[in-house]
Design a protein around this ligand. Structure first.
Ligand SMILES: [Zn+2]
Ligand SMILES: [Zn+2]
Length: 384
């Protein structure tokens, strides 16, 4: 039998169970680094499918590495499964995880026939922190031939635009005082936070459309009649390239410094989690995925045809700087809702969400089969 047909049949045998797992995840969301029940459930499935599972793996409690195949180049399929605070699986990582499981199961026969290895790699904490950067640092992608994952979205795009992002907190410290009786003795840390917000809002007119700076005040003071002595803000700084991100980051920090100087506060900048890089989509994998997805009845758009500023960020970008990779966005007909809205979470368990698991898993599996069957491993892009 044709290897792609055989892979499809292996997927067919587990599709109903994968749907159940996706829906269960929707009802039981766990946020970054708290994905204990979720990772356990994914591991249980992979063990039942005869994968050799290391759990925890690569130094993270909620990461796992599920392996099949004994020799040849290693293909790493990434499974994300963290949810968002308050809005649950509003980024659809329940679809990512189950599509990764499905691709892994689909590829087991081809791996032994064609001589390659599969690893379904559980990658915690994508929505915050950047778990994949720890995994990279702990060797999870060392020597891998390629890596891939799919991500649900409103539309189908094989090589989406992603921005680099740095997560930065700033704390302002002043001096408390009675706000009416002795305000002249106070140094107002809320004024510093407000100034910082206004400085950055003013900076925005000088930004490229692909530069993004957005933040919140986490703590703005305790009582109206006490001049706030301490405030804390969290910011994300995004840009299309690492160099631009470094430049922009420095300008944001200058906004904090100016606010501190104007108000007499001291300030401290604290980086939070890892910096995510832009995403490099491997051209051969993009071509093969496009072809395979189209054959499954799902034609894909191209990132270059879209608005480059309509982009988020992903730690899969960092992986793409280590090994040849793709991260296609698979549409779930969520319109008008988009990722990170609670209505998007609801859409992940409707039939178009279930279809994304199937099409994403099969397009990934068929793409790997194309590379392995024609021995095209050497044509994947070289990473410096
Ligand atoms: Zn997200
Ligand atoms: Zn996401």
């Amino acid at each position: 039998m044709d290897l792609k047909q055989a892979a499809t049949e292996r997927f067919d045998a587990v599709e109903a169970e994968l749907r159940d797992i996706s829906h269960w995840m929707y009802h039981n969301p766990e946020i970054a680094f708290e994905e204990h029940n979720t990772s356990a459930r994914l591991v249980e499935f992979l063990r039942a499918q005869s994968f050799e599972v290391e759990y925890p793996s690569f130094g993270l409690d909620t990461a796992f590495a599920a392996r099949a195949g004994s020799e040849g180049p290693e293909v790493v399929i990434c499974a994300e499964y963290d949810a968002l605070p308050e809005v649950g699986h509003a980024c659809g990582h329940n679809i990512i995880a189950t599509a990764a499981l499905g691709a892994g199961v689909a590829l087991v026969g081809a791996a032994s026939e064609l001589g390659f290895r599969i690893r379904v790699q559980g990658t915690p904490a994508e929505e915050a922190y950047g778990g994949k950067v720890d995994l990279i640092n702990n060797g999870a992608f060392k020597g891998a031939a390629l890596s891939m994952m799919i991500h649900p979205s409103p539309t189908d795009v094989v090589d989406p635009n992603f921005l680099g992002v740095a997560h930065v907190d700033v704390e302002f410290t002043g001096k408390e005082s009675h706000a009416a009786f002795a305000p002249q003795l106070g140094i107002n840390a809320l004024d510093a936070a407000v100034q910082a917000y206004v400085n950055i809002s003013t900076l925005r007119q000088a930004l490229y459309p692909t530069d993004k700076v957005h933040g919140v005040i986490d703590y703005g003071g305790g009582a109206p009649n006490v001049i706030p002595a301490f405030t804390k803000m969290s910011w994300y700084v995004r840009a299309a390239t690492k160099d631009r991100l470094d430049e922009l980051y420095a300008r944001v920090v200058a906004c904090f410094a100016a606010a501190a100087a104007a108000t007499g506060c001291s300030y401290e900048v604290k980086s939070r989690g890892h910096t995510y890089t832009d995403l490099i989509s491997d051209p051969l994998l993009v071509d093969l995925y496009l072809h395979n997805s189209e054959k499954l009845g799902r034609p894909m758009g191209r990132g270059a045809d879209g608005d480059p500023s309509a982009a988020g960020s992903t730690d899969m970008g960092n992986v793409s700087h280590e090994v040849p990779a793709i991260h296609p966005m698979v549409g779930i007909e969520s319109d008008p809702w988009v990722n990170h809205q609670k209505e998007f979470a609801s859409a992940t368990i409707l039939p178009p969400g279930d279809a994304a698991i199937r099409d994403g898993a099969l397009a990934m599996a068929h793409t790997v089969i194309d590379v392995a069957a024609a021995n095209r491993w050497d044509e994947l892009c070289t990473i410096d």
